[in-house]
Write a protein that binds this ligand. Structure first.
Ligand SMILES: [Fe+2]
Length: 337
């Protein structure tokens, strides 16, 4: 078997490349958009054909590379069946098997961090996404997360796997790369509890500073260079088209920027301001009013808005679009502020 663990520094995300052998089918788990070219180069160098790409859940801290990989390699996009329908080609149910040439993965539904989180078991190893991290567990305070579900997924599913099973998570912020079930049983501080209630108590009192980001991740990827073409993913819309659809009665226009950016650069008429760090809370609280709306996001350069569309899927909103290149691009086209 060929197995590679790749790391995205900006978001501390692990991406996994798996194949049975040279010249054969490959699979990628949790790709990061900014690294798609790197994956494609590696596939070529290793003489592999990418056939499937999986996201363990809807990520809040980086833009998924699955759409870009699908467009560039014609691979099949896969997620668990709790994900909104339009996102992926293949949805797998709990305990269903995902096959590629010479390899099989078993899907395990592990909600808690988010409602659509799945883990994937492959022989001696399990890819846990953010359901179970090394010496930690994924936060449960946004994206329809739930601490009791997290407890059940961990204690009644993942920890029931053989003790020597290797754990490969979606993130690590301390330099760890792999663990085992027995190690986490013994040393994961959040798992040293005697009841579900005790675990829920811990999870509900984490007081994490920024609800829009993972456990301790900093949104450093928000400052990376922006490639306008790539923002076509997650329903990116060009300024002219965005200008047209924003006037429909059905549309709601959301400005994700900070007040100082708005003061400096102005804003598009009739925008509702929801700072990006508050977007989870806003979507959660306004579920009913937003249900029948078309949500249009914009920000300064188009990165926060790309991520906002991705996050909206956690709340089952699929009628969401964002302005490619943000206000910078809008101004370049000479449109009204
Ligand atoms: Fe996550």
């Amino acid at each position: 078997m060929l197995f590679r663990q790749l790391f995205d520094k900006a978001s501390s995300t692990f991406t996994y490349l798996i194949a049975s052998a040279k010249g054969r089918e490959a699979l990628i788990i949790d790709p990061v958009l900014e690294n798609v070219e790197q994956y494609i180069k590696l596939l070529k160098e290793l003489d592999l054909k990418l056939v499937k790409v999986i996201d363990t859940h809807i990520h809040a801290d980086h833009i998924s590379g699955i759409a870009e990989l699908r467009d560039k390699t014609n691979c099949v996009t896969v997620m668990g069946d709790k994900t909104p329908a339009d996102v992926v080609a293949m949805q797998v149910a709990d305990e269903e098997t995902i096959k590629i040439d010479g390899l099989e993965l078993q899907a395990i539904y592990t909600p808690g961090h988010t409602i659509e989180s799945f883990s994937f078991l492959m022989n001696d190893r399990v890819f846990t996404g953010d359901a179970l991290l090394i010496r930690g567990t994924g936060r449960t305070d946004f994206q329809n997360g739930n601490a009791r579900d997290s407890y059940n997924s961990i204690f009644n599913k993942l920890l029931k796997l053989p003790d020597e099973t290797l754990i490969y998570p979606a993130h690590d912020y301390k330099g760890e790369m792999v663990s085992t079930i027995i190690e986490e049983k013994k040393f994961n501080p959040r798992l040293q509890v005697s009841s579900a209630d005790q675990y829920i108590e811990i999870m509900n009192n984490l007081n994490l500073p920024n609800p829009s980001m993972m456990d301790v991740a900093v949104p450093s990827n928000l400052q990376l260079g922006i490639d306008f073409n790539r923002q076509k993913v997650n329903n990116g819309v060009e300024p002219e088209k965005f200008n047209e659809i924003k006037n429909d009665a059905q549309s709601i226009l959301i400005d994700l920027r900070e007040q100082n950016e708005i003061d400096k650069d102005g804003m598009i008429k009739n925008s509702t301001v929801v700072r990006f760090p508050e977007i989870n809370e806003y979507l959660q609280q306004n579920k009913n009013t937003l249900k029948d709306k078309r949500i249009l996001f914009y920000c300064a350069h188009g990165h926060r808005s790309t991520l906002a569309v991705q996050l909206s899927k956690s709340y089952q909103f699929t009628n969401c679009f964002h302005l490619i290149g943000g206000l910078k691009n809008w101004k370049k086209e000479g449109l009204d502020l």
